[in-house]
Design a protein around this ligand. Sequence first.
Ligand code: ZN
Length: 222
Amino acid sequence: MSQEPIKALCWTERSEPESVYPDGINGAVADALREAGIEAETAQLSDPDQGLSEEALARADVLFYWAHSRHGQVTDDSTARVLKHILARGMGFVPIHSALHSKPFRAILGTTGNIAGWREEEEEEHVYIVEPSHPIAEGLGQKFTLPEAEMYVEPFDIPTPDCIVMISSFREGEVFRTGCCWERGLGRIFYFRPGHETYRVLFEEPCRKVFVNAARWASRRV
Ligand code: ZN
């Protein structure tokens, strides 16, 4: 196991309101990672090379990626660079929430990422850990509850995950595969569902723990 600190690149399209995420969702992720000794760099769509330059990706052991409404602005070149680093170099990839419709998510999994429905009513989300021995589940216990969530419901159009670490349930009994792992090429991928742009849920302690665990797993340090 390497003693070098993990290096993460935390990316956002930057459409999340400053009133909710003053430093962006990528800033919230980076803050959680730094607290655990992980070196986290932040980048956004408006940066040179869309914040996904060859140099920035080459430095990254893992890419955290949040996007919501500007998926179409991410170029095919940027997407191809991300895919190359996942597949050929083993960069980890952690798409968050609505990144399920992003170009890199769809391309790396060969799927639409579509969901059967959603509801934006600030309801609780109950996240059950279904694979407690998985490194991403470390320290999470049996379940955690997030105070305000946008509901997503199955079916979720993804290839069958190698491992489903977490499942969410919502007010009307809806369920969703909230934490899913795949391997593609040399890379490890972890999709994490929470993270709506107008809810502060990504500051919640269980989410911060998931980011750290996911960074370690996706970087192959555990
Ligand atoms: Zn959302």
